[in-house]
Each structure stands twice: as structure tokens, then as C-alpha cells.
Design a protein around this ligand. Structure first.
Ligand code: PLP
Length: 400
């Protein structure tokens, strides 16, 4: 019989994908399911980016590239960090991988020994803890509640640090909460980190360009240059440029770490796709105006969803600073009973109820390590969002 390796014993295929599969199956049966579970923009990749990819193919850029990124793309990334974040990374302090996910994977594979701890505030993108576990590390999950803006507090960080702590992993704006750290949110955490030189910082800035209401995005190394020698600043083109399928992520960090990550990449994928790298050069160097238009469009949808949710008795939703998710509390619905006589005991019961009776697919907070909540991805049309909100309100009103 098949036996998997111990390193994946506690790791499953993501719950998010499982819900997506169930929703897709219902849709195939002819049910009018609205899926609010997707972690990708509904916009198309910009035309100039597509053209750059076609031109690269025609120029014959269809072979292996340099191991951890073509010189052109590394240069574009260095310029991006300089222009948008005010941080200087040399070309040998930059790495490019097959998605930000591979960046995370390379970094943990290259640095984690069995038993090493990684502090991860919850709610968190599930892959964080799964990747840490695959690499033999111990995720140290620290719950960050809605009334704290889903943000880690300095004393929580202080209490979570042990001699075995290798990394603190922060994600701003966050998937799933949409919460983001301003400079003043970061400062107390940075103070703690400065006092604990054995703790390295990994920041996932993936949703940098999707922020609202004059929120000023900042990355920690720009605030405290002392951290630069032990920080990995992760970013990518997937969410900002609607390029999830192209699979390009990148990061800046100290040279020794970048080199160690290249060792892992060399034995896994050899290099990221040449065509996707050429497209990403254009994404980073080309016109950026459409980012503002898309941001405005996301903001309208955010406002629609948040206000509709807050009108429902039993649901509470804070206004997220960024990304395209809301993480709403459904604690007020726990204990209520469905028309079929089933008691809602958890956020998973609630999201199952929404899918089965209201044809709306959302993801329970338990998938992100914090309950009772549910995540809505509002990267879909306003018409669909309005209909989904109507159905959720009706389903909630049917609970007794
Ligand atoms: N980081 C966060 C917070 C994400 O939500 C995602 C995708 O869902 C990723 C990283 C992965 O992005 P990529 O498509 O570059 O692998």
C-alpha cells in the first residue's frame, strides 16, 4: 500500500481548493452557484504584458534562463524596490521564482532545521504553516482578533519568541483579513525584532498595490534599515498585474540567504519560465496607471460587501485596508438552527449551509486558523456580489 513521507503527514490539500471543487461540482449539476472563494483578480492580464510575452517567444527566449531570474527581470525588480519602496537591493540580493509560493518554499527549505519555529499571526494564508511543516519546522500560530485589527501586537510577538524562533512571517495587506500594517503598526514589532537578532523577518507584500482610502503601504526594511540583513521582502506579479497563471514571484534579501535559496531552486525547477519572466519585466517597467483604476473598482466592491454584511443580524465585518478579501465574524449565528433543524455549531457549519442552501461558496475562518469567521473574495462583478449578498442575508434570516 502507498505510504506518504512523514513530512507531509499533517499537510492536506488546501480546504479552499476542496470548497472550490464542491462548488464547481454543484455548478455542473446546474445549480446557480456564486463562488466567492477565488484568490485571484477577475481582471485580465494587461495587453502590453501579453504582447511582451509574444515578442519574447518570437525572439527565441524559450530556453532556460539564469537560475534565479534573468538579468533583465532582476534589474526591473531592483528598480521596482527602489522606486516604490525606497529600498536598495543589488542584483545578487534578488531572486525570482515560480510564484511567490516557491519563494516561500525555497526560503523555508533553505533555512529550517527540524524543530525550528516560525511565528505566524492568524488568520493566515494556510500555505504558510503547511510549507513550514513540509520543511520540518514548527508553525507557532498567534491569534490576532478582529478588535486588534487582525494585527500582531508587540507583546504577543515578545511572548512568542523562543531560542528556537527562526522567522517571523508577516503579510500586509493580508490574505484572508485584508488588514494591513501602517508604519506605526510596524514600529513596535520592529523594536522587538531589533532586540532579538536571532529572529529573521519574512514579509509577504503580495497585495501591496491593492490598498484603499489613502492607506500608505510600507515595507519594514524601508522603516528600519538595520533589519535589511535579516529580512526577506517577498512580492510578485500575480495579484497586482492579474498574472496568477504566469507564475512569477520575487524577493529581495541578504546575499547569503538568496544564494541558499538558489540551491533549492536549482534542484526543483532550474529556473522560472522564460516567457513569463519577459512578461514580468514589462509588467514592472510598463505603464502603471491601470493599477489605480483597478483599485477604485475593488474599493467599490469592498464597500458594497462590507456594508451588506454589516446589515445582517449576527454578522460583523471590519473595513479592510487592502487586498480583495473581507473576513467577517459569524459568532452571532453560532447556536442558531437551519430550516432543516440543523444547529450551526461552527463557521464550517455556516459556510456549508450557505453553499448547500443559498448556492454561495465562501471559505470558513477555520481554513485560516481563526474562528468563527468566513472569508469572502470580492474579486468578482458587482452584479454577482449584490446577488450573493442578497442570498446570504436571506439564508441568515431563515436561521432560528
Ligand atoms: N502570498 C499570499 C498572501 C497569497 O494570497 C498568495 C496567493 O494566494 C501568494 C502569496 C502566492 O502567490 P503566487 O501566485 O505568486 O504564488
Amino acid at each position: 500500500a502507498f505510504k506518504s513521507a512523514t513530512r507531509i503527514a499533517n499537510v492536506g490539500v488546501s480546504k479552499i481548493l476542496a470548497i472550490g471543487a464542491r462548488a464547481a461540482a454543484l455548478k455542473r449539476e446546474g445549480r446557480p452557484v456564486i463562488i466567492l472563494g477565488a484568490g485571484e483578480p477577475d481582471f485580465d492580464t494587461p495587453d502590453n504584458v501579453k504582447e511582451a510575452a509574444k515578442a519574447a517567444i518570437d525572439r527565441g527566449e524559450t530556453k532556460y534562463t539564469a537560475l534565479d531570474g534573468s538579468p533583465d527581470l532582476k534589474k526591473a525588480v531592483a528598480e521596482k524596490f527602489q522606486r516604490e519602496n525606497g529600498v536598495d537591493y543589488a542584483l545578487d540580493e534578488i531572486t525570482v521564482s515560480t510564484g511567490a509560493k516557491q519563494i516561500l518554499f525555497n526560503a523555508f527549505m533553505a533555512t529550517i532545521d527540524p524543530g525550528d519555529e516560525v511565528i505566524i499571526p492568524t488568520p493566515y494564508w494556510t500555505s504558510y504553516s503547511d510549507i513550514v511543516e513540509v520543511c520540518g519546522g514548527v508553525p507557532v500560530l498567534v491569534p490576532c482578533e478582529a478588535d486588534a485589527g487582525f494585527r500582531l501586537k508587540a507583546e504577543q510577538l515578545q511572548n512568542a519568541i523562543t531560542p528556537k524562533t527562526r522567522w517571523l512571517l508577516l503579510n500586509s495587506p493580508s490574505n484572508p483579513s485584508g488588514a494591513a500594517y501602517s508604519a506605526s503598526d510596524y514600529r513596535p514589532l520592529i523594536e522587538i525584532l531589533v532586540r532579538h537578532p536571532h529572529v529573521w523577518l519574512m514579509v509577504d507584500d503580495m497585495y501591496e498595490h491593492i490598498v484603499y482610502d489613502d492607506f500608505e503601504f510600507v515595507t519594514p526594511v524601508a522603516l528600519e534599515p538595520k533589519l535589511k540583513a535579516r529580512t526577506l521582502t517577498i512580492n510578485g506579479v500575480s495579484k497586482a498585474y492579474a498574472m496568477t497563471g504566469w507564475r512569477i514571484g520575487y524577493a529581495g534579501g541578504p546575499k547569503a540567504l538568496i544564494k541558499a535559496m538558489a540551491v533549492i531552486q536549482s534542484q526543483a525547477t532550474s529556473c522560472p519560465s522564460s516567457v513569463s519572466q519577459a512578461a514580468s519585466v514589462e509588467a514592472l517597467n510598463g505603464p502603471q496607471v491601470f493599477l489605480r483604476e483597478r483599485r477604485e473598482s475593488f474599493k467599490g466592491r469592498r464597500d458594497l460587501v462590507v456594508s451588506a454584511l454589516n446589515e445582517i443580524d449576527g454578522i460583523q465585518c471590519r473595513v479592510p485596508e487592502g487586498a480583495f478579501y473581507t473576513f467577517a465574524g459569524c459568532g452571532g449565528l453560532i447556536g442558531r438552527v437551519t430550516p432543516d433543524g440543523k444547529r450551526i455549531e461552527s463557521d464550517t457549519d455556516f459556510t456549508d449551509y450557505l453553499l448547500e442552501t443559498a448556492d454561495v461558496a465562501v471559505v470558513p475562518g477555520s481554513a485560516f486558523g481563526l474562528s468563527p469567521f468566513f472569508r469572502i473574495s470580492y474579486a468578482t462583478s458587482e452584479a454577482e456580489l449584490r446577488e450573493a449578498m442578497r442570498r446570504i442575508a436571506a439564508a441568515c434570516a431563515n436561521l432560528r
